[in-house]
Design a protein around this ligand. Structure first.
Ligand SMILES: [Zn+2]
Ligand SMILES: [Zn+2]
Ligand SMILES: [Zn+2]
Length: 104
């Protein structure tokens, strides 16, 4: 169970208790984050202030603020960091980072 730390004006927080991994549903219903698309949205978790697109905001909160999941650059999701590290050894998307030769 996690407490939602989405910030409201005047230093207040949402404080809603989120069970399991229902974070995206909560962000959608209560805070108006669709969880899809590339519209810009500001992360207000603990007044973080980072700008992301709607589609990656839930990932950002789960990974950075809740620490419950870890994401590879390819979009794969892992519940443990060692599982992510294992995956990265064989992940093509990750290994291509920085020297992409893919033509679009
Ligand atoms: Zn909330
Ligand atoms: Zn944030
Ligand atoms: Zn990957």
């Amino acid at each position: 169970m996690f407490q939602c730390m989405w910030g409201y004006p005047h230093g207040l927080h949402c404080n809603y208790l989120i069970r399991g991994v229902k974070l995206s549903a909560h962000l959608h219903e209560i805070h108006g984050i669709s969880g899809q698309g590339s519209a810009r949205a500001e992360c207000k978790w603990n007044h973080c202030g980072q700008e992301l697109n709607n589609g990656s905001l839930c990932q950002h909160v789960e990974e950075i603020h809740m620490g419950i999941v870890h994401f590879c650059g390819c979009g794969s999701k892992f519940l443990r960091r060692d599982a992510l590290n294992d995956h990265k050894e064989s992940c093509l998307a990750f290994n291509k980072d920085g020297r992409q030769d893919v033509r679009r």
